[in-house]
Design a protein around this ligand. Structure first.
Ligand code: ADP
Ligand code: MG
Length: 240
């Protein structure tokens, strides 16, 4: 079943300087369990597309179904609820709160979802274990490496058990060895059933996905399946 289904999605910005067509009619279906890399040059509409499928933005026209729900028919509350339940976000900048520890950062989406403190702690710890960072639960972001901070951000994205993980240039701020560790983690999560859509301008990163969708000028110009590179082959010591 398609987890994501967009039909003729458009997003136009009306600026003083004129109209910018950021997305120019994108129709895509993404199945539950897939791992898709969205590629394309800067300005091709990748982030605009991610913001739309992540329910952070609304299209100028077109349709979008997420997990069967017609997104354009939802009000702000319904949208927030759907987003909280179905989607975890990971960005290039890790966007962690600097003054609280890893565990509290991971708990945050559960605060919004209204869980009690004990449940939050347990689930946040489980999520940190999943990314291999349980023993760093009480470190603040500043006490962690870039790769560890990104893993905390991934644990935070996973804490409400979303069906979809959206990652916009998640390795953009990391060296290649650390980037490979993060890609290895994504592949592991994908094997466990998490659907992943990853935006990258880096062809090497894109090779880790099962499907490659290429954007240009707000349109899909290429869409193909591929045999992914296994990140464990590149860094066997990081895969344990
Ligand atoms: P990418 O992520 O592929 O680099 P974006 O989706 O960020 O591309 O941008 C696509 C186009 O839309 C670009 O021309 C960009 O300048 C424009 N754009 C994106 N966001 C906005 C915005 N908030 N206001 C105006 N123009 C925007
Ligand atoms: Mg972008």
């Amino acid at each position: 079943m398609a987890l994501i289904e967009t039909r003729d999605l458009r997003r136009v910005y009306d600026l003083d300087a004129g109209r910018v067509v950021a997305l120019d009619g994108v129709s895509l279906a993404i199945d539950q369990g897939d791992f898709v890399a969205v590629m394309g040059p800067s300005g091709s509409g990748k982030s605009t597309f991610m913001n739309l499928i992540g329910c952070l933005d609304r299209p100028s026209s077109g349709e979008y179904r997420l997990a069967g729900a017609a997104v354009e028919s939802l009000d702000a509350d319904g949208l927030a609820r759907l987003r909280n339940r179905e989607i975890g976000f990971v960005f290039q900048q890790f966007n962690l709160l600097p003054r609280v520890d890893a565990l509290s950062n991971v708990e945050l989406p559960m605060v919004y979802a209204g869980f009690d403190r004990k449940t939050r702690r347990e689930q946040a710890l489980r999520s940190l274990s999943r990314v291999g960072l349980a023993e760093r639960a009480h470190h603040r972001p500043m006490q962690l490496s870039g790769g560890q901070q990104q893993r905390v951000a991934i644990a935070r994205a996973l804490v409400n058990s979303p069906s979809l993980l959206l990652a916009d240039e998640p390795t953009g701020a990391l060296d290649s060895h650390t980037a490979n560790e993060i890609l290895s983690l994504f592949q592991e999560l994908n094997r466990e059933g998490v659907t992943i859509v990853l935006v990258t301008h880096d062809a090497e990163v894109g090779r880790h996905a099962h499907r490659l969708v290429r954007f240009r000028d707000g349109r899909v110009i290429e869409d193909r399946r591929q045999t992914p590179v296994d990140a464990r082959d590149l860094a066997p010591e990081a895969a344990e």
